[in-house]
Design a protein around this ligand. Structure first.
Ligand SMILES: C[N+](C)(C)CCCC[C@H](N)C(=O)O
Ligand SMILES: O=C(O)CCC(=O)C(=O)O
Length: 451
């Protein structure tokens, strides 16, 4: 079956095939890309091959059919192959897609039966015999389905929906940094503002100055204007120090954060399934010496790892690492369902969960070999070295009045050892709630380019 179709395309050749099909199919299909109809195409549709990928190649109604689409990107010939099920599922016709709400209308109970092309034995064009029509004028591909529905994709919309973004590993709104490139904390006038949101999304850190520091009250009030608390067993808001154990006004837990020891860069809450998304620090009483805050762009470090040691990157995106929080013998929290590097479905960096201190015992798992474990340690160590590379970190002596907001999905924090009494207040805030409100300030993060 495939060989027949291929030869048909080969006989006419993609371009001539296009001319051929142009002769047969003059109607211009309605492009499914909404918005500026005059936008110039990013791609040039060259040709299509219908592949019947089923073993029993005699089946004509087999749903294991795919289209290989030949196109040009910046005049370079490319090919992508897409299942007809995908094409039916992503149809943007008003019948199958609610353009008002940008939601599909189908309940997915019958995709297999619906994703069947309608052959046309009378057609002379080899593609049309399989229910596929090319419309070169509108650079579109039309699929005629057995249930009578017609799907039309313009080549740009199809490829935008189907392909991963250009090989960028972060959102275009994020700017990765090192201490050397960023040099200082991004400071904004007001917390609940567009500037605050844009800087938080861009750098993963942002600070507000001039906040009252007699106690934690002004900081807490400020945080409440930004997002709901992400409450945990640490409660909503805290004031803590290295002498908290002796103080009735400060929160104390059995954790090195409540000491004067140095803390290497880490993210908090790796032992929660939902990691606290925003970490807030306000130093109310600086140490006699030391106690500087260390900040590292974890996404930048992970990108360096991807470039220098792709195998280690791969290991850390797929090895689930257990973390826990213990108070004495009691395990207050444990999570072992996430890797250190979480990618989103586009392959972009979504979250770094890196806390060497809070890792739980690495249990021997079925199917995990000793060399897998050795591989993991080599990979984790490689990332740890990048996270602790001093040239990568931004060192900030937090002072009373300056409140620091950290994206705990991306930026790691730590501190240098210190002497004397050092008091901080802060909290975790809901990152989802914050980002959902931020959309009015940074619409391009959320607006559909192609829905
Ligand atoms: C922020 N606050 C002081 C409440 C928590 C301190 C404990 C942090 C814990 N080791 C972690 O990394 O998650
Ligand atoms: O004391 C600091 O500056 C940071 C403490 C810390 O890492 C934490 O509370 O998670």
């Amino acid at each position: 079956m495939t060989s027949l179709i291929r030869s048909a395309v080969r006989r006419f050749g993609p371009t001539s095939g296009l001319r051929f099909s142009a002769r047969l199919y003059s109607e211009s299909a309605k492009s499914v890309r909404r918005g500026d109809a005059t936008s110039t195409s990013k791609y040039e549709l060259v040709g299509v091959v219908v592949n019947n990928d089923a073993n029993n190649s005699s089946a004509t109604t087999n749903e294991d059919v795919s289209l290989s689409i030949d196109y040009k990107a910046r005049n370079e010939p490319r090919r992508t192959t897409v299942s007809v099920k995908w094409l039916r599922d992503h149809c943007r016709s008003d019948t199958l897609y609610n353009w008002q709400t940008r939601q599909r209308k189908d309940d997915m109970t019958g995709l297999s039966g619906k994703a069947q092309l309608l052959p046309d034995a009378q057609a002379s064009d080899p593609l049309a015999k399989h229910g596929v029509l090319l419309h070169p004028d509108s650079q579109t591909i039309q699929l005629n389905w057995k249930d009578g529905h017609k799907t039309v994709f313009d080549i740009d919309t199809l490829l935008d929906l189907y392909h991963l973004p250009a090989d960028t590993d972060v959102s275009p709104l994020q700017q990765l940094w090192t201490g050397e490139s960023l040099k200082k904390l991004p400071v904004v006038e007001a917390a609940n503002s567009a500037e605050f949101a844009k800087n938080f999304v861009k750098y993963g850190i942002v600070a507000v100055e001039g906040v009252g520091h007699e106690n934690g009250a002004a900081t807490k009030a400020l945080c409440e204007t930004i997002a709901p608390f992400h409450t945990t067993f640490y409660e909503d808001f805290w004031v803590f120090s290295n002498q908290a154990q002796q103080s009735k006004d400060e929160q104390y837990h059995e954790d090195t954060a409540y000491s004067n020891e140095a803390l290497a860069p880490h993210t908090d809450g790796t032992y929660f399934e939902q990691t606290p998304g925003i970490q807030v620090f306000h130093c109310l009483h600086p140490a006699a010496s030391g106690g500087d805050t260390i900040l590292v762009d974890g996404f930048n470090a992970v990108r360096q790892l991807h470039l220098s040691n792709p195998h280690a990157f791969d290991v850390l995106t797929r090895t689930l690492v257990p973390h826990h929080y213990l108070e004495g013998e009691v395990i207050d929290a444990r999570c072992d369902v996430f890797p250190v590097i979480r990618l989103d479905s586009d392959g972009r960096l979504h979250q770094v969960r890196f806390n060497p201190y809070d890792r739980a015992p690495f249990k021997a798992r079925k199917g995990t070999t000793v060399s897998d474990i050795a591989d993991f340690y080599k990979s984790y160590e490689a990332l740890a070295r990048l996270m602790n590379d001093q040239s990568a970190s931004l060192r900030v002596p937090l002072r009373p009045g300056t409140v620091l907001f950290i994206d705990n999905y991306r930026v790691l924090h730590g501190r240098t050892a210190f002497s004397g009494y050092r008091q901080l207040c802060g909290c975790y805030l809901s990152r989802d709630a914050f980002l959902s409100k931020a959309r009015r300030h940074i619409p391009s993060v959320y607006r559909h380019d192609v829905s």
